[in-house]
Design a binder for this molecule. Sequence first.
Ligand SMILES: NC(=O)c1ccc[n+]([C@@H]2O[C@H](COP(=O)([O-])OP(=O)(O)OC[C@H]3O[C@@H](n4cnc5c(N)ncnc54)[C@H](OP(=O)(O)O)[C@@H]3O)[C@@H](O)[C@H]2O)c1
Length: 331
Amino acid sequence: MEYISLGRTGMQVSRLCLGAMMFGQRTNEADAHEMIDYALAQGVNFIDTANTYGEWGEGKGRSEEILGNALRKNGKRHDVILATKFRWPVGEGPNDSGVSRHHLMQQVEKSLRRLQTDYIDLYQIHAPIRSVPIDETLRGLDDLIRQGKVRYIGTSNFAAWMIVEGLWTSERLHLNRFVSEQPPYSMANRLAERELFPMAQAHEIAILSWSPLWGGQLTGKYRREQPPPPDARVNFSPLANIWESNRSEGFYELIDLLTTIAAEKGRTIAQVVLAWTISQPGVTSAIIGPRTLAQLQENLGAIGMTIHDEDRRRIDAIVPPGAAVAKLPGQ
Ligand SMILES: NC(=O)c1ccc[n+]([C@@H]2O[C@H](COP(=O)([O-])OP(=O)(O)OC[C@H]3O[C@@H](n4cnc5c(N)ncnc54)[C@H](OP(=O)(O)O)[C@@H]3O)[C@@H](O)[C@H]2O)c1
C-alpha cells in the first residue's frame, strides 16, 4: 500500500480509501466484515462512510453499524482512519437534516454510538447548505474537536469558493479548519480539475475522490449497445436513467481506449482507471466502493501500477483536463 498525508495534517492515509456505501445496502454484514478485514490486511487504513449509508429509508446508519461491529470484532479500530459525514436527511422532522449546530451535535452522538468508538477521525459535511452561515457549522465542528469527539473536519461536494470562505472564517475566528474535500471525480468526469484542484493545492486541502470508477461505469461492463450485467448498480440505482442519458459518445471512446491500455499492461480497466486517478496531481486518495470481495481484490491491484505519459496523452485526447464525458445531474 502507498500512504500520503491527509492535506496539511501529519496523518497518513492510504491512497485507496475503502468506501462503505454498499455495506448494509447491497453488501450484507458478513461479506462486509470479510471485505474490511481483507482491506486492512492489504494495508488500507482509511474507511469512509456516512450517517445515511445503509439500507434505504429506515435502514440509514447500517453502514456505520456494520463498520462498528467489524472493528470491534477485529480489534483494529485504532489502526483505522475512520471518516463519516452528516447533512442528508435522517428523518422527516425539520431538524432531521442540515448543517446546524443542533443537527450536527445530535448526529455525531449517533454516529459515535453506531461506530462503537469515542472519536471520529474525519467528520465531513456531506454537502453544503448555503442558507446556513458557515461560521455556525464551523463553531460546532470546532467544539467537537476540542471535546475530543472529532479529530479533523472536512467537506464534500463543496465549490472551491465555499471552502475558501470556510478557511477565511476559521482564520478569523481562530477555529480548526477544513483539511479535506470529497468531490465527485473520475477519468470520465474531470470537472473538479478546473477550480477545486488548484484551490486545494494552493491551500493544502486533501482531495478524496468519490466514485473514481464512476459507480462501476469505468470497469468495462457498460458498453455501446450492450446491456450491463443484471447485477450492475445501474439496475438497482434510482439514478439509472440519469446515468444513461449523461453518457456521451466520448464515454464509449474512453472505454475503447481503456480496453486497449488495459490489454497492453495486462491489467484490468478498473485498475488502470484507479492508478490514473491517484496519480493525478492534487488527488490524495480515491474512495473505492466495492460491492464484493472480488471487486475489492481487483481494485487494490491498482496500487503500484505506473501510468506512463503516453497513456495520459491518449486519455487527455478523449477527456481533456477539466472536461467530462459523463456528467452528474446539474453539472
Ligand atoms: N460524498 C459523496 O457525496 C459521495 C457520493 C458517492 C460516494 N461517496 C463515497 O465514495 C465511495 C465510492 O463510491 P462508489 O461506490 O460510487 O465508487 P466506485 O468505486 O466508482 O463504484 C463502485 C461500484 O462499481 C462496481 N465495481 C467496483 N469495482 C468493480 C470491478 N472491479 N469490476 C466491476 N465492477 C466494479 C460495483 O457496483 P456493481 O457491481 O453493483 O455494478 C461497485 O459498487 C462510497 O462508498 C462513499 O464512501 C461519497
